[in-house]
Design a protein around this ligand. Sequence first.
Ligand code: NAD
Length: 249
Amino acid sequence: MLSKNDIERRLKANPHPKIVILTGAGISAESGIKTFRDNNGLWENHSVEEVATPEGFAANPALVYRFYNERRGQLLSGEVHPNIAHTALAELEAALGDNCIVVTQNVDNLHERAGTQNLLHMHGALTWAKCVNSHQRLDWLDDLNSEHKCTCCQPQHAMRPDIVWFGEIPYYMDNIQQHLYEADIFVSIGTSGNVYPAAGFADFANQSGAYTIELNLEPSNGVSMFDESHCGLASELVPRFVKKIVSLT
Ligand code: NAD
């Protein structure tokens, strides 16, 4: 992989590239966290509308609280750990420093537990909760329910999972666009390319002059937007990619 002259030539010309990495549910699959579309478009047996939209939350808040409590519980159970793909990306950051940025669609905390620091959680995190009124964020490791009230408003308001649901605007978009604009290499790992705006990042990076690479179990919806696409397990492709980049920089 990465044997194409293009990437080698680019790295020879610029041995200090800026690399922007987009990750999706596929990078955490081998840690035991199910991807989104494992079961015909259902997330852990629930429809997107039920558990990942503001309308679903308004219709049945108890179900939505329970759903994210279960996901958080699994994440913090002691049975879920970062895998070698997460670790490899932390090693890439250790080698490249601030020139390596990970933008994740994932709401798990496996990148940070592997040691990645330059990390943007564009879809929120299971370990965050926010006030429904002010949107002030709190770190949250326990179960959350409608009885929990914020401490930022008077009168107090309810807290909700700090997850960006469908129809809501992802976090850090200005920052991410700037990173994509400056990227020399853009890598998409373990994402199906179904969820926008993340699905459009490869195209944007490409048009801004970056070399674009996809590492996924199967070709994604947006495979034609990439200069290179490699199919396989993240646990195999990502460590190999990182080794290659580190050897060339
Ligand atoms: P997705 O489920 O739509 O796509 C996952 C992709 O990963 C698929 O293309 C699949 O072929 C690939 N894949 C599966 N196992 C893999 C492996 N071992 N190695 C490499 N690739 C593998 O996920 P998405 O594109 O990230 O979009 C889903 C949305 O659901 C995201 O916005 C995210 O917030 C949310 N989500 C997050 C998690 C998590 O935090 N771990 C889990 C499920 C869903």
